[in-house]
Design a protein around this ligand. Structure first.
Ligand SMILES: [Zn+2]
Length: 537
């Protein structure tokens, strides 16, 4: 009898330690491009769907930032995926000037492969990314773990797919979801069928209407026809307002920019459902990863600004699509068997026109002034040290290899003498000068974007609330808080909602998931695992 109860005790112990009530079968990592916390907070009271669910069933970190400057898509996704600062990992921008190749270099380019469709001649892959990603850690910890990475943008999908994913798809800007030969020799037939059904051209007949009544928009944000918003319609006397007939943006713009509209994100959710079915994600107790890179928040934000009627409508639609997806997944993999992570690759600046109304010093750099001053700078450098030794790329200056210290000094001084003639410029600094800046949150971000060979020789940095964009719309990319502050929510059905006020960074997200799942991951990365007390919350 004594023996039997001992055996029972051991069996019970084994049973409880091997099968926790809710094993994590699927990690759903959602990165919504340009989802700024100030937008999510502003509309919090309007969310009744997926955003509400994620918050109510989640640990919300309200002081999460990218701890790097150059707050763009590739650096942001890289930090969220690998736990490494973009400077240390070399993903310093979406693209940069390569001194060796004497041309721009795209963050995920790979000339040894080709894309299965699209316009790019050079293919896309993870081949030249040196740091491993959460996807790799999942695969290394268990060969049977499955990884699916889907996004409107190739760089987002590639950076989350890691080096050995099961499926990586992005929108090819020609009407289809696609991949490169790095991942597959041909597109799976079910993806081809999906693309046929998607038929982006047929959206020419669709209208982007307000999803709620007009009062919701009137009561919660500014007027629709606001100065500084981009007019995407090619119709005569068009205004930057909803409803928008998608045919009016022209067939070419629709095919190229489909992923920048809510209809594009909706198609990505549909692609996710089909991927879950086809690859049987979450079918066993080995955790799988589904990455969903939403791009409409970025497209809508760039065109119309974060406080636009369009961005509010996009968020209301997203709220409902997220709820549909969560319901689908909870039903598919079992209630409480998935964890959800929601974050963003960067924030955004409010339209300068809107900031000026609040008497804030804000503005757009005049493209005319910029071109004139940059031309003067390069002319003078050419005259002083010889032609073609310095290149201006993306508003920064790169010195070609082989310049003497004296030539470098002459070039630097010429830039610094003239560049402040561009209204809005605050600093012109070398990487060394940036590394020597006093310690502060903003300066730390600047330091964490420096790479020994990929950084420019002189960074030209704008004042707060200024944009390198003379045309309507807005952007991101600075080291200021409006660009670095990101939402960060870890959710699981049934856990107690909590708000965490401590300062955390995007590089902490992947190690946090890895620690929670018990994965092996490199300990020399920049991010630190946070404690996710889901079960004892
Ligand atoms: Zn963007």
């Amino acid at each position: 009898m004594k023996k039997l109860s001992f055996v029972l005790f051991i069996t019970t112990l084994l049973f409880t330690s091997c099968t926790s009530p809710n094993p994590t079968k699927l990690v759903v990592y959602i990165v919504s491009d340009q989802a700024a916390p100030f937008i999510l907070d502003k509309y919090d009271h309007l969310f009744t769907g997926g955003f509400r669910w994620l918050i109510d069933n989640g640990i919300v970190f309200n002081d999460a930032h990218h701890n790097h400057g150059n707050t763009s898509t590739a650096p942001g996704h890289f930090a969220l995926s690998t736990g490494v600062f973009p400077g240390n990992g070399g993903i310093v921008e979406n693209e940069w000037y390569d001194r060796r190749l004497k041309r721009s270099y795209y963050a995920v380019e790979d000339s040894t492969v080709s894309n299965l469709s699209g316009k790019e001649i050079i293919g896309r892959s993870y081949r030249y990314i040196k740091d491993s990603s959460l996807s790799d850690w999942m695969k290394q910890s268990n060969v049977n773990a499955k990884v699916v990475s889907l996004s409107g943008k190739d760089r987002s999908a590639v950076l989350f797919g890691g080096s050995n994913p099961d499926l990586v798809l992005w929108y090819d800007k020609k009407g289809a979801y696609s991949t490169s030969t790095y991942y597959d020799e041909s597109l799976p037939s079910w993806v081809q069928d999906f693309n046929t059904r998607l038929n982006v051209k047929s959206y020419m007949d669709s209208t982007w209407n307000l999803v709620k009544s007009l009062e919701v928009y009137e009561q919660n944000t500014r007027i629709d026809n606001f100065k500084g918003e981009k007019i995407v319609s090619k119709k005569k006397r068009a205004t930057p307002t909803l409803p928008l007939m998608l045919g009016d943006i022209s067939l070419q713009s629709l095919l190229e920019g489909f992923y920048e509209y809510p209809q594009g994100d909706k198609s990505l959710f549909n692609l996710a459902y089909e991927s879950i079915e086809r690859l049987n994600l979450g079918e066993d107790n080995i955790p799988d990863l589904l990455f969903i890179g939403l791009s409409a928040t970025d497209g809508v934000g760039h065109h119309f600004g974060p406080h636009s009627v369009e961005q509010l409508d996009n968020h209301l639609r997203l709220d409902s699509e997220l709820m549909k997806m969560i319901n689908y997944i909870e039903n598919k993999v079992g209630s409480g068997n998935a964890i959800y992570v929601f974050s963003s690759d960067h924030g955004a600046l409010e339209l300068p026109e809107s900031l000026k109304l609040k008497t804030i010093d804000a503005g757009r750099v005049s493209s005319q002034q910029e071109k004139k001053v940059f031309a003067q700078i390069l002319n003078q450098i050419d005259l002083k040290i010889g032609p073609g030794k310095v290149v201006e790329y993306n508003n920064n200056f790169y010195f070609h290899n082989g310049l003497t210290d004296k030539e470098k000094k002459i070039a630097s001084n010429t830039i610094k003498d003239l560049v402040f003639n561009i209204e809005g410029v605050r600093m012109a600094l070398s990487p060394k000068e940036i590394m020597g800046l006093p310690k502060s949150k903003e300066n730390t971000r600047l330091k964490n974007m420096i790479h020994p060979t990929r950084s420019p020789d002189i960074y030209v940095i704008l004042k707060e609330n200024w944009l390198w964009r003379s045309t309507p719309g807005t952007s991101h990319g600075s080291h200021y808080s409006y660009d670095s502050h990101i939402p960060l929510i870890f959710s699981k059905k049934g856990i107690k909602h909590s708000i965490q006020n401590k300062s955390v960074f995007s590089v902490d997200v992947s190690p946090t998931i890895a620690k929670y799942l018990g994965l092996k991951y490199p300990k020399d990365i920049d991010g630190r695992a946070l404690n996710l007390n889901f079960d004892n919350n």
